[in-house]
Design a protein around this ligand. Structure first.
Ligand code: HEC
Length: 301
């Protein structure tokens, strides 16, 4: 009985370790996120800079199909205005994203395919706040062709679609490394210790036994390989604000703030409503308790 028990305990300890072998990823770096926690809000300046990083770098391959330009000017959005800036005609309501001058200017910088016109042709026109951000590729096939067979996922909800999304994407973007000497990579594969994969498949011949398994004592590198080359390099995006460093770390931090907003644009309203609800329930509990005590005070037990 005792032996059986010990064997069971041993199996419980060994089995998860065996399962995890080869598939380990590096524990994520922990970012300092303004949006996390019950009091969290979106850092509007970081979201604006992150949008710039998205536009100038990521949008070449990734869409954010759930976003329209007007969302940038919605309440809680990075370009939302309560009041119009100087020089806007009297009577304009700039809190309306369709009238927001920043949103209009950003949209107009894009060419949107519209149509067909009277002669049946599609045509290009400048964007308006109601347009969605254009997609980088016409369809999945073109996207794969341009990316060595891999499909760049839409980023609208990527932070929600991955466990610890913010820390993960931040770690992924800042975590590319030279591949370890024990593995062979194809030119389209890029090593990243934070990307889930199985590096044992890529071990060089001399580190495997006859059956192709890793030899005794050969360490399997953490992480995996992905088709995305490191997208960020120092200085690739020019920030208007001189004080913000133009480093990979800062870009990654800012683009994660943008993606956090994109995946949850109503977060601030939601949290506020949560507080009002909890406050109301607490008050109600107090009133109920008080009325219970008062009503039953005169009843004999
Ligand atoms: C040149 C094209 C290209 C650019 C530019 C690019 N990516 Fe990617 N990205 C890809 C491809 C291709 C994949 C799919 C990789 C794979 O599955 O092997 C990908 C995957 C991803 C993933 C998903 C990883 C996962 O867990 O599946 C994230 C997140 C991501 N990219 C974020 C970004 C961000 C943020 C930027 C801008 C800073 C960016 N990418 C720029 C091509 C690109």
């Amino acid at each position: 009985m005792k032996k059986l028990f010990l064997a069971l305990v041993a199996a419980m300890i060994v089995a998860p370790a065996a399962l995890a072998a080869g598939g380990k990823v590096e524990p994520y770096k922990k970012g300092d996120w303004a949006f996390s926690g019950p009091f969290g809000v979106h850092d509007k300046e970081a979201v604006q800079r992150g949008f710039q990083v998205y536009r100038q770098v990521c949008s070449a391959c990734h869409g954010v199909k759930l976003l329209a330009f007007r969302n940038l000017g919605d309440k809680g959005g990075p370009y939302h205005l309560e009041q119009c800036p100087e020089g806007i005609p009297e009577g304009t309501d700039c809190s309306d994203p369709n009238a927001n001058p920043y949103v209009k200017a950003i949209a107009a910088e894009y060419q949107i395919t519209d149509g067909p016109d009277d002669s049946g042709e599609m045509f290009q026109r400048p964007g308006i706040p109601a347009d969605r951000l254009p997609q980088p590729f016409a369809n999945e096939q073109v996207a794969r062709l341009a990316n060595g067979g891999a499909l760049p996922p839409d980023l609208s909800l990527i932070l929600k679609a991955r466990k610890d999304g913010a820390d993960y994407v931040y770690s992924l973007l800042t975590g590319y490394e030279e591949p370890p000497a024990t593995v062979n990579l194809a030119p389209t594969q890029h090593y990243n210790p934070y990307f889930a994969g199985d590096m044992s498949q890529l071990l060089k011949e001399e580190f495997r036994d006859e059956e192709g398994h890793p030899k005794e004592g050969v360490e399997i590198p953490h992480g995996g390989v992905l088709a995305m080359a490191p997208p960020l390099v120092e200085g690739i995006v020019d920030y208007a604000d001189e004080a913000t460093p133009e480093t990979v770390d800062q870009y990654a931090h800012d683009v994660v703030n943008f993606l956090a907003w994109a995946s949850d644009p109503k977060m601030e309203q939601r949290k506020r409503l949560g507080f009002i609800t909890v406050a109301y329930l607490l008050l109600l509990s107090g009133v109920l308790y008080w009325s219970y005590k008062t009503l039953w005070a005169k009843v004999d037990h």
